[in-house]
Write a protein that binds this ligand. Structure first.
Ligand code: ZN
Length: 322
């Protein structure tokens, strides 16, 4: 069995879709790569952000639920989502965020990495992690952030769990991660697949037995998805995990990837998602995210849905060349 190549996407819950679009598209400079609806509740949006093409490893998605209550960040969750930014870009980011009224805190992680911590409009905990490993071709070049400083996909996610041993066992014995660093109560793992750059292959497990359990709602991460290359590999993962008594869902067609879900021993919801088919499956790569896309079975209801979905202003791509 191959190891997991890295993070595929992270899905979180927001309140106001416009504030979410303005922040991730207008401030952080990610590309809105898909504006669609929640397939399980088509009267609400599902927003996908990423690099120019929405490569696996760059995708942050949101369910904006304007009426939902605020959640609580705590154990059993991804508590921090860290983006990779090129080395020496945090001075830029600090000033840039200040000018946009976003509080950012410069810090050094336990492992000595320079980071800038910030929260999104709903309180979701984010981090910009300075790294020489930032993928050079994972920046969205037509957003508000100059490409040399732009976010290059994920660096890592932090799983906060009450006891880390069984989570660690799943990561290392089953999913192909290996421990690369540990300090105090933080354990850093990366997948073994050699040539891939490290950003996006890392997961930190934070052991926090005294912390309160998280409550998934607005301002919290719903799940983290790990990559798999093919549908066949995904079936293999399903067999392996079921064989270890994980309660794994059947394969679910999410249109842009295929998914299986299970809960890891620390309570975090894990998904394994296929790299293909990707976001250009139902609109041209050049115009990703520029209009509301519906799956075929909802297309007959477009007029009704457009009436109930909140109106949103989409980010303006600047100087898009043909
Ligand atoms: Zn997902």
């Amino acid at each position: 069995m191959n190891s997991i190549p890295g993070i595929h996407h992270v899905t979180a819950i927001a309140s106001d879709p416009q504030a979410n679009i303005d922040f991730y598209g207008g401030v952080l400079g990610l590309r809105l790569v898909k504006l669609t609806v929640n397939f399980d509740d088509p009267t609400t949006y599902h927003l996908y952000y990423g690099d120019g093409q929405g490569h696996p490893g760059t995708i942050l998605t949101f369910f904006p639920w304007p009426q939902a209550r605020r959640g609580r960040i705590g154990t059993g969750q991804v508590t921090v989502t860290s983006f990779a930014v090129p080395d020496r870009s945090l001075d830029f980011w600090e000033t840039y965020l200040q000018h946009r009224g976003v509080d950012g805190k410069r810090d050094r992680s336990l492992f000595g990495q320079e980071v800038l911590s910030l929260r999104d409009p709903d309180g979701l905990q984010l981090e910009l992690a300075s790294t020489p490993d930032a993928h050079p071709d994972r920046a969205w070049e037509h957003g508000p952030v100059p490409p040399e400083y732009a976010i290059r996909g994920f660096h890592h996610v932090t799983l906060t769990v009450e006891g880390y041993e069984r989570t660690a066992e799943l990561l290392t014995n089953t999913m192909g991660f290996r421990l690369i660093e540990s300090k105090e109560n933080r354990f850093r793992y990366s997948t073994q697949s050699g040539s891939d750059s490290k950003a996006g292959t890392i997961v930190d497990v934070l052991c926090a037995p005294a912390a309160r359990p998280g409550m998934v709602a607005v301002g919290t991460v719903h799940h983290v998805a790990w990559r798999t290359s093919t549908d066949d590999e995904q079936i293999q993962w399903r067999k392996t995990l079921s064989g270890q008594h994980y309660n794994v869902t059947p394969v679910i067609d999410r249109k842009y990837f295929h998914s299986i879900y299970f809960r890891e021993p620390g309570g975090v919801l894990f998904e394994i998602a296929t790299d293909p088919p990707g976001f250009a499956v139902d609109e041209a790569a050049e115009t990703l995210g520029s209009h509301l896309v519906l799956p075929a079975w909802l297309e007959p209801h477009r007029a009704e849905l457009e009436k109930v979905l909140p109106k949103v202003r989409l980010p303006q791509a600047k100087a898009v060349s043909a």
